[in-house]
Design a binder for this molecule. Sequence first.
Ligand SMILES: [Mg+2]
Length: 219
Amino acid sequence: MKWNSIETFFLDMDGTLLDLAYDNFFWHEHLPKIYSEAKKISFYTAKSEFESMYKKKENTMQWYSLRHWSEVLQIDLLSELLITKNRISTLPKAKDFLSLLKKNGIKVFLLTNCPRDMLHVKLSQTKLWGYFDEIVSSEDFNFPKESIAFWDVLDKKYEYNNETTVFLDDSKNVIDFSIKHGLKNVFLISSPDSSKKSQDTFGYKSIKGVSEFKKMITN
Ligand SMILES: [Mg+2]
């Protein structure tokens, strides 16, 4: 692959540009703690209650929604996001990589399942506004990235070519749907969370992180 053979880049946010360590902390440590305090139950009970509700909503819009979980748990999660926002950070060399794409004249789309309210806080905290030609939250389409409907709407709304577009994401599920829809240059991020070991790549084309993509370039 050569830089001049790439017209468009689709980039996921959490676990691709931003360290998934924050989301894992927020949903699996901070939220159960706040929930246990609000309900006056043990952390362990709160965590197992929440995890089982959370699991049932996987691959739906609600799973990603602060508003949904605020209603269900009766906790203002947007405030909790603001209280913990200092922990939000980019993955190594993410900004350098975004600058490199810009330098090579590539159109950059942020494609995220993160809803707009949370997205706003995350991009402000990491100062990533300005690196993207388009910012797409699946909330705008009302279908998660792990659905054919999402890619159908994206395809109708924007012009891109399956052959000259590169897509990086840390979710195998999302990657499956993007390939089903026709994308050809898709890579799984194998190290989305700096505090954990790499994930299994199950034979997908993969790179550790975005900066490793340069190795795919031959010119
Ligand atoms: Mg992700």
